[in-house]
Design a protein around this ligand. Structure first.
Ligand SMILES: *Cc1c(COP(=O)(O)O)cnc(C)c1O
Length: 324
């Protein structure tokens, strides 16, 4: 499988190279050249699979021949071994035709564990094989940092640096990030806001000359394709549990950078019968305004009680615009 940039002026990459990149050199985001698609019969044949087995089936064509299948199966199985619930993503019925998909059963309670547990293992596997070491760098308002550190803590071939705004993350998340023992884990508390952390990370990616010879930065925010890929799985898992492909399902998804709901959009493109995808936002509602008025306009950031959804522009939206 080849990956191309949404801006069309960067070389096509394979899965391994996409895994180790952030933005494409032309400023775009990498997307698969062509999505795998599945018939209703093929999807129905997955209905008895465990979460990890289903994850393997869905991830396989995206990884393609970059990782031998038995190794990939082991990586995927291991990625969900630290989850507290046997179903990994249990569905809980709350009303006649309404369910909650519990995406908080992972080690840090954030849904980001679903992707970052796998991303850390995929990175370590390809780096080990290439005999290469990289530096993971990211900014967080809480969720991403905790999940990225948990996902990378056993990786021998990378150092991880997470910037968070000093005294502006929750006490639970501060502890989740700063109490993980490991020589490769580095937390930086910056006096300022999340945006300052983000700006420093962006500047570091733009000019990596400060790194030692042979090192490069790797992104673990949702511009990394592998994160989106891993999240496609739970849309299929929930859909199958609720009677798809024989029955249509809809999802309402709390949205920030448009990574999670974009994975749902991809599941639909791949053949899952999704009726509606509801973009749930807080008052930082650029996506809601776009869908309602067809205008994609920046507004000043408002800080809320849901900081993971506090964004001015959702970067993954570019991936969907590219598709449209
Ligand atoms: C990351 C996160 C979001 C936003 O998800 P996106 O993939 O960026 O749209 C929303 N809610 C919580 C709790 C999160 O951790």
């Amino acid at each position: 499988m080849k990956y191309i940039s949404t801006r069309g002026k960067a070389p096509a990459l394979n899965f391994e190279d996409v895994l180790l990149t952030g933005l494409a050199p032309d400023g775009g985001l990498y997307v698969p050249e062509k999505l795998p698609t599945y018939s209703a019969e093929q999807i129905a044949a997955w209905s008895k699979l465990s979460y990890a087995e289903l994850a393997f089936e869905i991830v396989k064509p995206f990884v393609d021949d970059c990782i031998p299948q038995e190794d990939l199966r082991a990586i995927v199985n291991d990625s969900y071994s630290d989850f507290r619930h046997g179903a990994i993503a249990p569905l809980v019925q709350i009303d006649q035709n309404e369910w909650v998909l519990e995406l908080f059963q992972g080690p840090t309670l954030a849904f980001k564990d679903f992707a970052l547990q796998m991303l850390g293992r995929l990175l370590d596997y390809v780096l080990e094989r290439k005999n290469q070491k990289v530096v993971v760098m990211g900014a967080t308002s809480g969720d991403t940092g905790s999940a990225a550190i948990q996902g990378c803590k056993r990786c021998k071939n990378l150092d991880i640096f997470i910037l968070h705004p000093y005294q502006r993350v929750s006490e639970v998340q501060r502890r989740q990030m700063t109490t993980v023992a490991g020589d490769n884990i580095h937390n930086i508390a910056l006096k300022g806001h999340f945006d300052h952390c983000q700006a420093m990370v962006k500047a570091s990616f733009a000019d990596q000359s400060f790194l030692p010879e042979g090192r490069q930065l790797v992104a673990v925010n949702s511009i990394n394709w592998a994160r989106i890929m891993a999240q496609i799985v739970y849309y299929f898992y929930a859909g199958l549990a609720l009677g798809a492909p024989g029955r249509k399902v809809s999802f309402s998804v709390p949205t920030g950078n448009f990574g999670d709901i974009y994975a749902g959009y991809l599941a639909k493109q791949m053949g899952l019968p999704i009726d509606q995808l509801v973009i749930a936002t807080n008052c930082n509602d650029i996506l809601h305004r776009f869908v309602s008025n067809n205008r994609f306009e920046k507004q000043e950031l408002q800080h809320t009680l849901s900081p993971s959804m506090d964004i001015v522009i959702s970067s993954n939206f570019e991936r969907m615009l590219f598709d449209g």
